[in-house]
Design a protein around this ligand. Structure first.
Ligand code: ZN
Length: 552
């Protein structure tokens, strides 16, 4: 940059995931041609194999040095660092920069890098300040690692759930409802498959499904602490001089259900599940397709239990989550336990027990996990479960959060064996998290080619000519009667055109019917991959599809 654009001023340039960026102040916008030229010069400087030298300077001397160089932003950054330890600088050729380091010993070590794009960024992230130009780059130890990364990005772009959402006619978003999703028939069918699957999982694992109200009085949110701490994230409304909030979470509703009745230790653990619709007022700039929305549904669940039951519940929950992720086609899970922070409620004995339970649950599951000491919530430790998708990207979806606080705040109690009244522990848990986001992940994981049990449309029947239109409609009808999701495309179009069009829709099966099939009562079966399975008797195919299509 400084060799090609000597008047550009350097500001900050940190390492980020998979690369780096650097913010510059310059009189005109950088163009794609500029990026190409800069990248070429970077390669030349790498070729020169200049040694990189580290040097320490007292702060004030470092400020003076950068002022003399005309690098006023750098000087400003350093001037703001408290005086004390000396400042470390790195130099190569004629260029010196402020950096904590470490750096490579010489520029010749830099083999694989690429500049990606340029974007605007405010000086020090403050919109009142000057707009700088941020150049993003990626850098790798080896060329083939970089190639793999660039290929992954290309593939991610092709699988972008917003693009596929339109192409497959699943959903849309529009300005009248920022961050809220319009589900189209096919998208809503996909949703229903997921919800019905999860509903069965709840039922088979001792959860009772409940449903709480959408709008709750301010006084309740004051008791939970949300009105004070979470207010700008809540949508509020008023009626008859009372303030309400549209629920940002389902937990208080479940406690109010729990509280309606005298609970004994014999009732515990008590598990509630809800496909809970929540709203959170995210800043409009942070919204992103289905991945970050303002209105979402969680596969939420709360377990009321004693401290001694935490271990059993976490163990069962972890096994359940593993099965669910596997069933959705995710083989790799990453586990993280966040433990007690400085500021917390509850006594140490309770924390000891809860943390021990989380660790023991993962240990007995035989999985590897990492610990994040001090990163738990003030009200309890938690496990975070992340899944890895087909492109190797990691998405945190599941949680198991121990809560020593909210049940007490809302007066939840149970009668213990010794007849005293105790406060239950509450476990907040979600397996897939927000269904909207999970569907976004599924769309990208499968590139829109969903497994048969999830596919919104499992097969399409295509007639070759008008002569088989009635038969094609009857085939679709027969398959639908068996509970399958099948459509017929009877348009008077060339069969090759119809096949091509439905291939783009990524349906698992295409069933072509001509005179031969009509006479034989059969269908010619093509798979999504373009494989021709030949003619099959309709009843035989119906049986096969039904077996294949049942949810795991
Ligand atoms: Zn909760």
């Amino acid at each position: 940059m400084k060799e090609l654009f000597p008047d550009a001023q350097v500001t900050i340039g940190p390492v980020i995931e998979n690369g780096f960026y650097y913010d510059f102040s310059y009189k005109r916008p950088f163009t794609p041609e500029d990026l190409a030229a800069i990248e070429k010069r970077m390669a030349e400087i790498a070729q020169r194999d200049l040694p990189v030298a580290r040097k320490l300077l007292p702060r004030d001397e470092a400020v003076r040095f950068f002022r003399e160089q005309g690098e006023l932003y750098k000087a400003e950054i350093i001037a703001a660092i408290p005086a004390g330890d000396p400042i470390s600088l790195y130099s190569q050729g004629g260029f010196t920069d402020l950096c904590r380091g470490p750096h490579v010993p010489s520029t010749g070590k830099l083999k694989a890098f690429k500049l990606m794009r340029v974007a605007g960024a405010y000086w020090r992230g403050d919109s009142k300040n000057e707009m700088l130009q941020r150049i993003y780059g990626t850098a790798w130890a080896k060329k083939d690692e970089q190639d793999a990364y660039l290929k992954m990005l290309e593939e991610a772009e092709k699988r972008d759930h917003r693009r596929l959402g339109t192409q497959l006619d699943l959903f849309h978003l529009q300005e009248e409802a920022p961050g809220l999703v319009f589900w189209h028939p096919k998208g809503w069918t996909l949703w229903q498959q997921i919800e019905q699957y999860l509903r069965r999982v709840y039922r088979d694992n001792g959860y009772r499904e409940v449903r709480g109200p959408q709008i709750l009085d301010r006084s309740l949110w004051e008791r939970t602490g949300h009105w004070e701490n979470f207010r700008e994230n809540m949508f509020t409304t008023a009626s008859e001089n009372r303030d309400y909030a549209i629920k940002p979470m389902n937990c208080p509703g479940h406690i109010l259900i729990y509280n309606k009745g005298i609970r004994s230790y014999r009732d515990l653990p008590l598990r509630y599940g809800e496909f809970g619709s929540c709203h959170r007022n995210e800043p409009s700039g942070a919204l992103h397709g289905l991945m970050r929305v303002r209105g979402f549904v969680q596969d939420d669940g709360h377990i009321f239990c004693t401290e001694d039951q935490i271990l059993g519940e976490c163990t069962a929950y972890t096994a359940l989550l593993q099965k669910v992720y596997r069933d959705f086609g995710f083989d790799s899970i990453i586990y993280r336990i966040a433990t007690r922070p400085e500021k917390r409620i509850g006594d140490d004995a309770a924390w000891d027990k809860a943390e021990h339970a989380l660790v023991e649950a993962l240990r007995s599951a035989g999985v590897e996990y990492s610990l994040s000491p001090g990163e738990g919530a003030f009200y309890g430790p938690k496990i975070e479960y992340s899944l890895k998708d087909a492109l190797g990207r990691v998405w945190q979806c599941g949680t198991m959060q121990v809560d020593f606080s909210m049940p007490g705040r809302l007066g939840a109690e149970y009668v213990a064996e010794d007849n005293t009244r105790r406060t239950p522990v509450m476990l907040h848990r979600a397996i897939v998290g927000s269904l909207e986001r999970f569907i976004g992940i599924l769309i990208e994981h499968y590139g829109g080619a969903f497994p048969l049990w999830l596919a919104p449309e499992q097969a399409v029947v295509l007639n070759i000519s008008e002569h088989q239109a009635k038969y094609a409609a009857a085939v679709a009808e027969r398959l639908r009667a068996g509970g399958l999701r099948v459509v017929a495309d009877l348009r008077n179009e060339k069969i090759s055109y119809k096949i091509r069009e439905h291939s783009l829709q990524k349906l698992p099966y295409q069933l072509v019917v001509g005179d031969k099939e009509k006479q034989a009562g059969s269908v010619a079966v093509r798979t999504r991959g373009g494989e021709d399975l030949g003619a099959m008797a309709l009843e035989e195919f119906a049986g096969r599809l039904q077996r294949e299509a049942s949810a795991p």
